[in-house]
Design a protein around this ligand. Structure first.
Ligand SMILES: Nc1ncnc2c1ncn2[C@@H]1O[C@H](COP(=O)(O)OP(=O)(O)O)[C@@H](O)[C@H]1O
Ligand SMILES: [Mg+2]
Length: 258
């Protein structure tokens, strides 16, 4: 089994009196999809912000490609190869797919006066999107005309094109219908097969089980460890998300309807 790209050990994060993370251990290997599951408020977003250089951990260590690492900014983490697709996607709906794809990283032509190389950018965008199973009508099609799932795919393709080794997706399927969800899950599987280490955050156990190789459940900033595919089923994951005992009690009082 290959060595992890990134290892997070004993990560704690406090915001004043709020303990958002209370000792989380998590790693990502190349070519796997490691799911991070947890209910709202469990600490998922805080954890991946710590992994991607947005937050400094209050305690704990990060090892990247075998060496201790402290990311001082999101840019720092991104240059190392840790890309994050956040829920809001950071896209401009009225701008073209190409412009969004290359935002801030435009290819240029010209020796003295540099200008945006739109032909190259268009060609790469069409090609990358086609590889992800999306046939754009034209590269100047506005991002806002794509479906939610397709926009996720643009963000994922963009991160991979710019060299992501670890790609973190924060709840990419939470606002999508069934069909678009399965498209995004197929995209995750495709990118994983290219050797990228995927972190798939979700509170939906079925979505996680559809593509996950390993599963870590966060509950109130803590985790009870990591399970491999085949070692854990939907009911067990759901139970861990709800904090085990709590769900059993609730289920009892509701007559087993959860
Ligand atoms: N910047 C912040 N300042 C204070 N508290 C925060 C901050 N970010 C997150 N929290 C708190 O940390 C906990 C975990 O939040 P979050 O990581 O967003 O959970 P999730 O993504 O699993 O829904 C919550 O109690 C939340 O209110
Ligand atoms: Mg969140």
């Amino acid at each position: 089994m290959s060595d992890p790209i990134i290892q997070m050990q004993g990560i704690k994060k406090h915001f004043g009196n709020v303990i958002a993370l209370n000792g989380v251990t998590f790693d990502v290997r190349p070519g796997e999809c490691h799911c991070l599951l947890g209910d709202n408020g469990a600490g998922k977003s805080t954890f991946i912000k710590t992994m991607s250089g947005v937050h400094k951990p209050t305690e704990g260590t990060i090892t990247f490609e075998g060496r201790p690492m402290e990311f001082s900014s999101p840019r720092d983490a991104m240059e190392a190869g840790i890309a994050t697709v956040f829920q809001d996607l950071a896209m401009i709906p009225l701008m073209s797919v190409t412009r969004n794809f290359f935002m801030g990283r435009e290819p240029t032509v010209g020796r003295f006066i540099k200008r945006f190389d739109i032909e190259t950018a268009n060609r790469i965008t069409m090609e990358k999107m086609r590889q992800m199973g999306i046939n754009l009508r034209a590269p100047d099609q506005a991002v806002g005309t794509l479906s939610g799932g397709e926009r996720q795919t643009v963000a994922i393709a963009r991160a991979v094109h710019f060299g992501a080794k670890v790609l973190i997706l924060d709840e990419p399927t939470s606002a999508l219908g069934v069909r678009q969800t399965s498209n995004v899950l197929a995209t995750i599987a495709r990118v994983r097969s290219q050797g990228v280490g995927m972190v798939f955050i979700s509170h939906n156990v079925r979505h996680a089980l559809a593509v996950g190789d390993r599963f870590t459940v966060l509950n109130r900033g803590q985790t009870l460890g990591t399970a491999n595919r085949g070692e854990i089923d939907a009911a067990e994951l759901q139970d861990l998300m709800a904090g085990g005992q709590e769900l059993a009690t609730l289920e009892g009082s509701l007559g087993g309807t959860i």
